[in-house]
Design a protein around this ligand. Structure first.
Ligand code: SF4
Length: 151
């Protein structure tokens, strides 16, 4: 986690790597007791919500399409949702845009409530229903955009 030079200012960087992997990474599955796993995950979430660089951390993991762990306090599904929300809100995340990480960081800073919302959406039944609606709308929008793009 904090092996990433961009996260050295993050709250997690003060913890030993083994602990970070248990709290944020796939090593969490090695913890036998289910409720212990939950405690580790929710502690990681609380620390991320208190972290001064959460927006930067999330933006980097979203732009880098990181496929593992609960970076920034939300899982990969929730990060995907956040990306869709940003794009729907007009944030240009096209790889050709050199300012995309900065733009996304500012957008996340301006919408802290959405981090909680996508987290909930990725973990509850109602959230899953809304997520599939969002994904459907996202796919529709992408299809329309690619149909409108000049050959
Ligand atoms: S937001 Fe979370 S994962 Fe990212 S640097 Fe901060 S504590 Fe670490």
């Amino acid at each position: 986690m904090s092996g990433d030079p961009n996260r050295v200012a993050g709250v997690c960087s003060g913890l030993p790597l083994g602990i970070q992997d248990l709290m944020w990474g796939t090593d969490n599955e090695r913890v036998r007791n289910k409720s212990d796993r939950r405690i580790l995950k929710s502690t990681a979430r609380i620390l991320c919500d208190m972290c001064p660089i959460q927006a930067e951390c999330l933006a980097q993991s979203i732009i880098g399409r990181e496929q593992h762990s609960r970076i920034g306090g939300i899982d990969v599904k929730a990060r995907r949702l956040l990306r869709h929300r940003a794009e729907a809100d007009g944030v240009d995340l096209d790889p050709s845009n050199p300012a995309r990480t900065r733009n996304l960081t500012s957008w996340i800073r301006d919408h802290p409530e959405l981090v909680r919302e996508v987290r909930e959406q990725s973990s509850t039944r109602e959230g899953r229903r809304r997520r599939s609606e969002d994904q459907y709308a996202y796919r529709q929008r992408k299809t329309v955009e690619s149909a409108q793009r000049p050959e």
